[in-house]
Design a protein around this ligand. Structure first.
Ligand code: TPP
Length: 293
C-alpha cells in the first residue's frame, strides 16, 4: 500500500474541513460556469469526501490502476461534487474547476469516463450509471478481482425502472462487492407538488426507500449523510457485508450548507446571482481555511 491509496484512521476534523472547502468550490464553480446543479452536489459532498479521503483504495497518480475500488456517480448531474473531490484528492488541479462545463473542458456537465481522470463510469441519464456499476461488480467477480464498487444514486433517480432491474440482477448474483449509496435528500428536480406548487413532495416518504431496497433482497443500512463519523462507520459496515449487495440510505439535506438553498427544490439547478454568491461564501467561509473575509 502506498500513501496515495488511502488515509488510514481518517481525522474527522480534517475531513469536515475538506467538506467545507469543497462546498465553496462547488458554489463558485456553478456561479462562474453560469450553469449546472447545486442542490444535489451540496447534499452529496460529505459522502464523496469520506469515500475519496477515507475509504477508497485508489492511486490518484494512476487513475486506471486495475485494482482500484470503483466509484460511479449515477446521479451524474451532481458532477461538480465529484470533480471537486477528484481535484482536491489530486487527480487534477483545483484551478481546472474553473473550466467546468466549458466546451473544451474535461469537466463536462455530466461525467465522461473517456476524458476525465478518475471517472470510472459515464453517467447523467438517470439509472444508467447504476446499471454500469452492477456490471463492473459482476465483471470484477468474473475476473477474480477483490475491489469494491460503490455507486451513488439520487432518491428521485430511484423512480427509474432501470434502477430496479439493476437491483434485481445484483441480488440475483449475490454481489457482495457492490455498495449503493442513495442520497435521500427528499427532493428531486420538480417532482409532485403538495398543498401548493411551492411545496414539493419527496420522491419516497417514510421508510419506502428502505423497504424497497430490502424487498429487492439487498441488505440496507441508514445513516445521516452529513455526519462524518456515521458515514465512515456505515460504509465500513457495508464493506464488511460480503454475501450480497448493500444499499445505504443516506438522510441528507438538498442544498446543505447554504441557508437559502437548503430544502428548496428551486436550487436543484439554479445559478446564484453575485449577491447570492457573496452570501453563500460568507456562510461557508473561505475555501482554503479561515473565516469569511
Ligand atoms: C433519464 C433521465 N430523465 C430525466 C433527467 C433530468 N433530471 C436530471 S436530475 C433530475 C432529478 C433527479 O433527482 P434526484 O435523483 O433526487 O437528484 P438530487 O436531488 O440528488 O439532485 C432529473 C429529472 C435525467 N438526467 N435523466
Amino acid at each position: 500500500m502506498t500513501d496515495q491509496m488511502i488515509v488510514t484512521q481518517p481525522d474527522i476534523t480534517e475531513l469536515e474541513e475538506l467538506v467545507r472547502q469543497a462546498r465553496v468550490h462547488i458554489v463558485r464553480s456553478i456561479a462562474s460556469a453560469h450553469g449546472g446543479h447545486l442542490g444535489g452536489p451540496l447534499s452529496a459532498i460529505d459522502m464523496l469526501v469520506a469515500l475519496y479521503f477515507g475509504v477508497l483504495q485508489i492511486k490518484p497518480d494512476q487513475p486506471d490502476w486495475p485494482d482500484r475500488d470503483r466509484f460511479v456517480l449515477s446521479k451524474g448531474h451532481s458532477s461538480i461534487a465529484l470533480y471537486t473531490t477528484l481535484a482536491m484528492r489530486g487527480y487534477f488541479s483545483v484551478e481546472e474547476l474553473d473550466t467546468f462545463d466549458a466546451i473544451n473542458s474535461r469537466l463536462q456537465g455530466h461525467p465522461d469516463m473517456a476524458i476525465t481522470p478518475g471517472v470510472d463510469m459515464s453517467s447523467g441519464s438517470l439509472g444508467l450509471g447504476f446499471s454500469g456499476a452492477v456490471g463492473i461488480a459482476l465483471g470484477a467477480r468474473a475476473a477474480g478481482k477483490d475491489f469494491t464498487t460503490f455507486a451513488m444514486l439520487g432518491d428521485g433517480e430511484c423512480n427509474e425502472g432501470i434502477v430496479w432491474e439493476g437491483a434485481h440482477v445484483a441480488e440475483r448474483y449475490r454481489l457482495g462487492n457492490l455498495v449503493a449509496i442513495v442520497d435521500h435528500n427528499k427532493l428531486q428536480q420538480f417532482g409532485w407538488h403538495g398543498e401548493s406548487v411551492e411545496v414539493r413532495l419527496p420522491p419516497y416518504t417514510g421508510n419506502q426507500l428502505v423497504d424497497r431496497w430490502t424487498a429487492f433482497g439487498w441488505k440496507v443500512f441508514e445513516m445521516d449523510g452529513h455526519d462524518m463519523n456515521e458515514i465512515l462507520a456505515t460504509i465500513a459496515k457495508a464493506k464488511a457485508h460480503s454475501n450480497g449487495p448493500v444499499a445505504i440510505v443516506a438522510h441528507t439535506v438538498k442544498g446543505k450548507g447554504v441557508s437559502f438553498m437548503e430544502n428548496n427544490y428551486k436550487w436543484h439547478a439554479r445559478v446564484p446571482t453575485e449577491e447570492e454568491l457573496a452570501i453563500a461564501e460568507r456562510e461557508l467561509g473561505e475555501p482554503t481555511g479561515g473565516g469569511a473575509s
